[in-house]
Write a protein that binds this ligand. Structure first.
Ligand code: PDD
Length: 285
């Protein structure tokens, strides 16, 4: 598979970074995951705006402007299509972009004037099958023990790894987390609760990553006349939900049909999910 590291394209197996890279030593960096459908990056500007916010929060200089990032994404997309021997328009891709603070002798304080390390890779975008969507996924709940800057899309993901493993150990697909009894999000997705036809999600604050799908789902709800509300969601509301939905770059919008081993609602994907999924497919065109 092709990748990009500090100005050069190479094979992912050959790309190497210094052991002193602060991404390796401290997880001192940020990333983005951008889906591209038939060669077209989806919500590129929104992903760039979030990348800019994450960099600003960590006080890492943005090594490229949006046109530069766009050129990199297009280049990765083209290299992937070439790699699999298909026209770009016949591929769906997942583009990963990462910026770490750069290389310096180990010291927690931010070294001045080092060059950020820029990395990009690309892979096939997994498309859930109709059967998988009809079944929905199993989630398990856990305490949100991550840090209080979850709004930064940081490569420091050991909290997410430990969280995800709680459901993995039980054979589940995602871990839904609560902080002090309030819903935050899942290990690598946002969580939505449907009750009496209303789509509810946690507020966009420092305790959740504002997924690009916050905007996408709000738009679809607006267009379809589905009430959409951001407010603190209590643990009990999640367990009493008619539907629970996950959203992310890869999941798009996906129904959670079992929570801690119990069916959610009637245990099948609900009507709001079906409307949002259809709206999402339309938004991709
Ligand atoms: N995860 N919350 C967390 C903690 C996430 O890691 C993600 C994305 C989301 C959803 O954000 P978006 O809708 O922009 O994908 C919410 C990515 C896909 C990942 O880490 O692979």
């Amino acid at each position: 598979l092709p990748c990009w590291l500090d100005g050069e394209m190479s094979n992912i197996r050959d790309a190497k970074v210094s052991v002193l890279d602060r991404g390796f030593i401290f997880g001192d960096g940020i990333y983005e995951v951008v889906p591209a459908y038939e060669g077209r990056p989806f919500r590129f500007d929104e992903h760039m705006a979030r990348l800019e916010r994450s960099l600003a929060e960590l006080r890492i200089r943005n090594p490229m402007d949006r046109a530069g990032w766009r050129a990199l994404v297009d280049r990765l997309v083209a290299a992937y299509a070439q790699h699999v021997g298909k026209p770009v328009a016949e591929t769906n891709q997942l583009v990963y972009l990462q910026v770490t603070r750069g290389i310096a002798m180990r010291d927690h304080a931010m070294p001045p004037d080092i060059a950020p390390t820029v990395f990009g890779m690309v892979n096939r975008l997994y498309i859930y099958t109709p059967e998988e969507r009809a079944r929905g996924v199993d989630c398990y709940t856990a305490d949100d023990f991550r840090w209080k800057k979850a709004h930064i899309k940081s490569t420091s993901l050991v909290g997410a790894v430990l969280s995800r493993q709680i459901s993995a150990d039980q054979g589940g697909n995602e871990t839904i987390m609560f902080r002090d009894g309030w819903l935050s999000e899942a290990s690598s997705s946002n969580v939505w609760v449907v009750k009496d036809g209303v789509v509810l999600g946690p507020p966009k604050d420092n305790l959740v990553l504002e997924g690009i799908r916050y905007g996408v789902l709000e738009e679809i709800c607006m267009r379809q006349g589905i009430p959409f509300e951001l407010r603190p969601v209590a643990r009990e509301e999640v367990f009493e939900a008619d539907e629970i939905l996950l959203s992310s770059a890869t999941k798009e919008v996906l129904p959670c049909t079992r929570l801690d081993g119990q069916p959610v609602g009637n245990g099948r994907p609900g009507p709001i999910y079906l409307k949002l999924f259809e709206g999402y497919q339309h938004a991709k065109k």
